[in-house]
Design a protein around this ligand. Structure first.
Ligand code: NDP
Length: 419
């Protein structure tokens, strides 16, 4: 029996909510709260009669910690699942601390307003000291560690697929497959086709900020930064086939570099088709990816937000997307004195996801681990006060739950390596 407050009602939250409702013995009560309440009401109406979970809805602006705190006090949840946007992470963590409730999210903090001078000063210092220039990093949320410890509360960061499941794979490899892990290549392949010349599979603003930024990887104790999309490899993915993939900066590299002892290199690759890259370059060249407001006929417009309004809503891609995703981690290292390699991965079919929960596989592969992370906290299987990423907990119950709840994984002990 548990009460959960879910903040956000977009593509990923829709899946997480539906998965919670499949597991209605544990998720007995959920409150769906978001900026646009009508979306929450529509999901509630759709689920009525299909689950024992009691669903309520609420309107909240999660940029405002006091509104979130008021809602928590009223609803009294055991856990807050933040499935809104990374911009709201800190406000929701503040509210959880104020009210004494556990927290989880699926993406690490980044500010909406990149021109804020206070944030900018801290960002520029970090770029210089750490050597990577992505707008997001864990420092803002790791700074809450002591406060959560003192309050006896747990904050679980980034329980989506990547970050999230990829870190559980790393913890599993470390616990069961290797004595020493030398290298980790995280591969994120989406072989799906939605039929549009250009669309993003999750929130367009967050997605385009991420993929248009310089790439970086961790090697021999420091970051190596490269121009965006300048390292390309081809890989033959099980059940998807040959795809071009590009090295990106990604948040889990930062925590894995701290938590996998002795690891020498960590890279992250994501597949992109030529049409996506050409559109993105063109939009970038004409300034449509800019986060700086521009004056247009007496109105202030943020170009990337205007672009978001023009692009297909990721939540609407479900019925038209066909094909599969293949996401996982290739490890090299040693076991019992011998060299060893392994690829732990999941293959997910867009149409199967659509049949089950009405979403494409990118929302599915993120929403299921959000529910599984919640399950770990609510059942007490993962229980330590502080602020943690997924690889800092015992991977076994999480990996078992992935198998049970829709993201079964497999291990290839002789994978092709990425050069
Ligand atoms: P969507 O844009 O589809 O949904 C975001 C939801 O948050 C919307 O319901 C939106 O409300 C709501 N929201 C936005 N701002 C506020 C606010 N101030 N107060 C309350 N609610 C708000 O995003 P996705 O579902 O695609 O992504 C959700 C999260 O998942 C993101 O953080 C994303 O980065 C993360 N993600 C993580 C992945 C992983 O593997 N770890 C992969 C993919 C995504 P409204 O309807 O009013 O706009």
């Amino acid at each position: 029996m548990s009460k959960v407050l879910i903040i956000g009602c977009g593509g990923v939250a829709n899946v997480a909510i539906r998965k919670c409702c499949q597991c209605d013995d544990l998720f007995t009560d959920i409150c769906i709260a978001s900026r646009t309440k009508s979306k929450c009401d529509a999901v509630k109406a759709d689920l009525e009669g299909k689950t024992k979970t009691r669903i309520t809805t609420a309107q909240v602006d999660a940029d405002d910690a006091s509104q979130v705190a008021a809602l928590i006090r009223e609803y009294q949840p055991d856990l807050v699942m933040n499935i809104a946007l990374p911009y709201q992470d800190l406000a929701i963590m503040d509210a959880c601390l104020e009210c004494g409730v556990n927290y989880l999210d699926t993406a690490n903090y980044e500010p909406e307003d990149l021109s804020d001078p206070a944030w900018r000063a801290q960002y520029e210092k970090r770029c210089k000291e750490e050597g990577f220039s992505a707008y997001f990093d864990y420092s803002y949320q790791w700074a809450y560690k002591e406060k959560f410890e003192k309050a006896g509360l747990t904050a679980l960061l980034g329980t989506g697929f990547d970050p999230g499941v990829t870190q559980a794979y790393c913890a599993y490899a470390q616990k069961h497959l290797f004595d020493e892990i030398d290298t980790i290549d995280i591969l994120d392949c989406n072989g799906g086709d939605h039929g549009y010349p250009f669309a993003t599979n999750f929130n367009p603003e967050v997605n385009l900020r991420e993929v248009s930024a310089p790439g970086s990887y961790w090697e021999n104790g420091h970051w190596v930064e490269i121009p965006a999309m300048s390292i390309k490899r081809e890989y033959d993915f099980d059940q998807v086939g040959h795809k071009d993939m590009y090295l990106l900066h990604h948040e889990e590299i930062e925590s894995l570099a701290k938590n996998i002892p002795g690891v020498k290199r960590i890279r992250f690759f994501m597949t992109f088709g030529q049409s996506y890259l050409t559109h993105m370059k063109c939009l970038e060249n004409v300034g449509m990816l800019s986060t700086e407001p521009v004056e247009f006929e007496g109105h202030k417009i943020v170009p990337i937000q205007f672009l978001k309004a023009l692009l297909p809503d990721p939540a609407s891609l479900g019925p038209r997307t066909v094909g599969k995703t293949n996401i996982g981690c290739i490890f090299t290292g040693k076991k019992d004195g011998k060299e060893k390699t392994a690829y732990i991965y999941n293959v997910c079919d867009h149409q199967e996801c659509y049949k089950e929960v009405g979403s494409q596989a990118i929302s599915y592969t993120t929403g299921v681990p959000a529910m599984v992370g919640a399950m770990m906290l609510l059942t007490g299987k993962w229980n330590k006060p502080g602020v943690y990423t997924v690889e800092e907990f015992d991977p076994d119950p999480y990996m078992d739950a992935l198998n049970k709840w829709g993201l079964p994984w497999q291990i290839d002990e002789n994978p092709a390596l990425v050069d």
